[in-house]
Design a protein around this ligand. Structure first.
Ligand SMILES: [Zn+2]
Ligand SMILES: [Zn+2]
Length: 288
């Protein structure tokens, strides 16, 4: 079994164009936004959109393994209007994933905006309970992403993600997306093999590796524990390339899709980062 590697690709011009962009960038799989990431409104998807989307994945062999939610959504917002708007928008994103057959929806848990971490975590869980209650047929796995902890962002400690899962009713509907840059700048050491092992063990003890659905492979433009979220090309940031090798050669993680969200001017950037990642995979001796 080989690592499944890919990148976040654009949906400009239509969601069905994403798989070809992935193929151009040497991706096995891709992540997309299923609507514009900085707008509340989205044009409804048509049957034709869905058909073309499925056909494009078959033609290219590039599967869309996850969508990433809009940056406007804040399920921890203390402002009732924004909270309701976020809840409706997230529910719509789940419906769009279902409609397109996308299994995983990666999302940032939310920002408490100085209302307090515990209050924020409860609001997120309550929003999830209502969303799932109102759309119980959905097959989408909600993948909460760990964050860098910038500003009042929640989800920078594994305990916070575990607490949300503990509080929601439909626990089987939840997975985790682990972002390497966020993990590192949130203050989890991963630079040496032993630090990496300790951090993954903490994740396993607190959340459980069985919840891990997606890994975001990003180097960091900011140093350890700075709580700042700035992605960098693999090997060119404060993380360096070694920790990506620990991940790629960790047999427990082989089947978890690994997605780049590194800076991109053209497909060439993803091609270079993916080439570097693939070069870090140690050849298995005696096996083809
Ligand atoms: Zn994210
Ligand atoms: Zn990420």
């Amino acid at each position: 079994m080989n690592n499944i590697l890919g990148a976040h690709v654009s949906i400009a011009g239509g969601v069905y164009l994403a798989p070809a962009r992935g193929l151009e960038a040497a991706c096995d799989v891709v992540q997309i936004f299923n609507k514009s990431s900085n707008q509340w409104r989205a044009k409804p998807l048509t049957d034709e959109d869905a058909e073309k989307f499925i056909a494009a994945q078959e033609e290219t062999g590039v599967r869309v393994v996850c969508a990433h939610d809009s940056y406007l959504i804040n399920l921890a917002s203390p402002d009732d209007t924004l909270y309701e708007k976020s809840r409706a928008a997230f529910a719509e994103e789940m419906q769009r994933c279902d409609f397109l057959g996308i299994e995983n929806l990666v999302m940032h848990p939310g920002s408490h905006i100085w209302s307090g971490e515990e209050v924020g975590l409860k609001r997120i869980a309550e929003a999830f309970n209502r969303i799932i209650d109102e759309d119980s047929d959905s097959r989408v796995t909600i993948c909460m992403e760990n964050t860098a902890g910038q500003g009042t962002n929640l989800g920078y400690r594994f305990e916070q993600l575990a607490e949300i899962i503990d509080t929601v009713e439909a626990k089987d509907r939840f997975g985790i997306c682990l972002d390497t840059c966020h993990t590192f700048t949130a203050g989890y050491p991963i630079k040496t093999a032993s630090d990496y092992k300790k951090t993954i063990k903490q994740f396993d003890d607190i959340i459980g590796l069985d919840r891990l659905r997606i890994i975001h492979m990003n180097d960091s433009r900011k140093d350890f524990a700075t709580k700042v979220d700035r992605h960098e090309h693999i090997g060119q940031g404060f993380i360096g390339s070694d920790p990506f090798g620990y991940i790629l050669n960790d047999r427990r993680l082989t089947q978890i899709p690994k997605i780049l969200e590194t800076p991109k001017d053209s497909a060439a950037d993803d091609i270079a980062n993916l080439k570097l990642l693939r070069s870090l995979v140690k050849a298995k001796k005696g096996k083809k």
